[in-house]
Design a protein around this ligand. Structure first.
Ligand code: UDP
Ligand code: MG
Length: 311
């Protein structure tokens, strides 16, 4: 009998959570000859009735375990907390909003049983607004160019991985966590599985434009040093061209044209140079900020309460 842990971050999901448990339980009742399941719900500081509903369900449903973080840590850390406490042979990470349908679970299990360490869900098509499709397309394109992580296109949240993979994941102690990038960085034997996605069952998406942008920047600065190298390269070219421009002007002035060197060019040079300097100092500052955050090596999450964990 193998144990499958469902690692599920929840944040204001009172509208979805019971339906989610119902659908997943139904799936596992068909698999019960060979697989047991446990839910590792990680509440990320919801202030609605999400926790109340889960705790109530946990009284009768022994599969349910709940970790309550003491405040909103962000999805990436909530997932990390869940993976830390999941005991399963396989860990299945999915959102409770039913965008990734639980009926796909048996296919994921079947696939990972073939000997993979990680099976990523891949959406056939994403149901989303036009602007979101464009923005996320742009994001994945930039990410691909900047980090070389080769994250599969159209990756879904739903994925399953084994103990070995989870153990590798838990060795990553970095504070700012772009999970998809970390998963690729772990490597091992990975594959993808096409799934049909549904609309969010109820409730609203918590990822507004600002949060998405923050994630995008984290992703790029966490996994790429290209912005730093760009600074060095551009600086080098600028120095070189300035040197040649200087020689050209001197030669022109001495032998060919008697022109008056004007203020405008000087002012423009000063402004331009200052701008470039500031820009790249800023870039460097971003990395320094990240280093500062990492060297503090704070604990990744703070737990308020744990329900149904016995050890
Ligand atoms: N979530 C979380 N902490 C947050 C924001 C979201 O744990 O600060 C969870 C949320 O409950 C959901 C998942 O992350 O399970 C994905 O969020 P959502 O469905 O709102 O995002 P979308 O699918 O629209 O990208
Ligand atoms: Mg969602």
């Amino acid at each position: 009998m193998k144990l499958v842990s469902l690692v599920v971050p929840v944040y204001f999901e009172e509208a979805c959570i019971l339906r989610f448990i119902e659908e997943v339980d139904a799936v596992f009742s068909l698999l019960k000859e060979r697989y047991q399941h446990e839910y590792i719900f990680v509440d990320d500081g919801s202030r609605d009735n999400t926790v109340g509903l889960i705790k109530k369900a946990a009284l009768t449903n022994t599969h349910i375990k709940l970790i309550e973080l003491s405040y909103n840590h962000g999805k990436q850390l909530a997932v990390t907390a869940g993976i830390t406490y999941a005991k399963g042979d396989y860990l299945l990470y999915m959102d409770p909003d039913l965008q990734d349908p639980p009926d796909e679970i048996p296919r994921f299990i079947e696939e990972i049983e073939k000997g993979f360490d990680l099976v990523f869900g891949k959406r056939q098509e994403k149901k989303d607004s036009f602007i979101n499709v464009v923005l996320s397309g742009l994001f994945w394109w930039v990410l691909d160019k900047f980090t070389g992580l080769n994250i599969p296109k159209g990756i879904a949240v739903m994925r399953i991985f084994n103990r070995r993979f989870a153990a590798s994941f838990l060795k990553y102690n970095e504070q700012s966590r772009f999970i998809e990038g970390m998963f690729m960085h772990i490597g091992l034997k990975q594959t993808t599985l096409e799934i049909k996605q549904r609309e969010r069952f109820a409730g609203v998406s918590k990822f507004n434009f600002n949060r998405k942008m923050k994630l995008a920047f984290d992703a790029i600065f966490d996994f790429s040093e290209i912005p730093l190298k760009m600074a060095v390269r551009l600086g080098f070219y600028l120095m070189f061209s300035a040197f040649f421009a200087l020689i050209t002007i001197v030669v022109l002035r001495l032998f060919f044209i008697q022109f008056q060197l004007g203020w405008p060019s000087i002012i423009i040079t000063i402004i331009g140079a200052t701008g470039i300097l500031l820009f790249f100092i800023g870039l460097a500052a971003i990395y320094i900020g990240k280093i500062y955050k990492e060297v503090k090596a704070r604990p990744l999450f703070s737990i308020k309460e744990m329900t149904n964990f016995y050890e």
